[in-house]
Design a protein around this ligand. Structure first.
Ligand SMILES: [Zn+2]
Length: 258
């Protein structure tokens, strides 16, 4: 009985996400897979937490939509998430759920909350920080850069990141009661900062040979751009996935192996 309810809830959210243009068709399909995998072990609590991530991230993606049109020149993808973006954020929470089915332990749902805290922190940071009035600075050299540049931070984005992680930690605590709110929220922020660091150091960046703009796009002004940093395959999605992975591994090492 419950399985059908979960399936219906996941389908409604994925189809809704498609209709409000938060998800492409492939993104909606990937959302269904992630939702079902999460429901397998973490049932309605897992779906609730995934829902908080999904709904708030979609909300902030549409926030100051006009201003983000300008950033669309710099970033590879827009507000409509495709399956690669959904899996970059959702494959680790979904994987933790499947692993916990095979090896039950009270550790897994806390790692699940940490992974979503990191994903949420990063999404809130990019969606809010990129439209802040401050000039962003690179996390490595502190050099001033254009809004929307990967690896850059603003005060607003960093605060947004912490509150994004805190919201997931608080909801996780309300759902499971044994989630340490402060620790989990700090690890979410940590995940987002790692994401920014990887974005600054390793993520591929390109320059347009016509207008000179630094961008994540392979093509600009009708021409192929030239790579100035990173490797072609190391895009924002790989950075996202890796940052979430690092946050759960470091959480595990720090809290469980003392
Ligand atoms: Zn150009």
């Amino acid at each position: 009985m419950n399985e059908w309810l979960y399936m219906a809830a996941v389908l409604i959210v994925a189809i809704g996400g498609f209709f409000v243009r938060s998800l492409s068709l492939s993104g909606a399909a990937a959302t269904v897979l992630v939702g079902m995998a999460v429901a397998v072990s973490f049932s309605w609590q897992g779906l609730c937490l995934l829902g908080v991530f999904f709904v708030t991230s979609s909300f902030w993606s549409h926030f100051r939509h006009q201003q983000k049109q300008k950033l669309a020149e710099k970033v590879e993808k827009g507000a409509q998430r495709d399956y690669v973006q959904v899996l970059a954020n959702g494959s680790i929470p979904a994987g933790i759920s499947l692993i916990s089915l095979a090896f039950p332990s009270p550790l897994w749902h806390v790692l699940f909350v940490v992974s979503l805290a990191a994903a949420n922190a990063d999404t809130w940071a990019s969606e809010i920080g990129s439209v802040s009035r401050e000039t962003p600075r690179l996390i490595t050299t502190w050099k001033k850069v254009d809004p929307g540049t990967s690896g850059a931070v603003t005060m607003a984005g960093t605060l947004a990141s912490y509150f994004g992680a805190l919201l997931i930690a608080v909801v996780g605590f309300l759902l499971w009661h044994d989630v340490p709110i402060v620790t989990v929220s700090l690890f979410g922020l940590f995940g987002s900062l790692i994401d920014t660091y990887f974005g600054a150091v390793w993520q591929a960046a390109y320059r347009c040979t016509v207008c000179g703009m630094e961008t994540e796009k392979r093509k600009h002004c009708g021409r192929q751009t030239v790579r100035i940093k990173g490797r072609d395959w190391f895009n924002n999605d790989v950075v996202n996935w890796l940052a979430i992975f690092c946050s759960i591994i470091v959480y595990f090492l720090v809290t469980k192996l003392q």
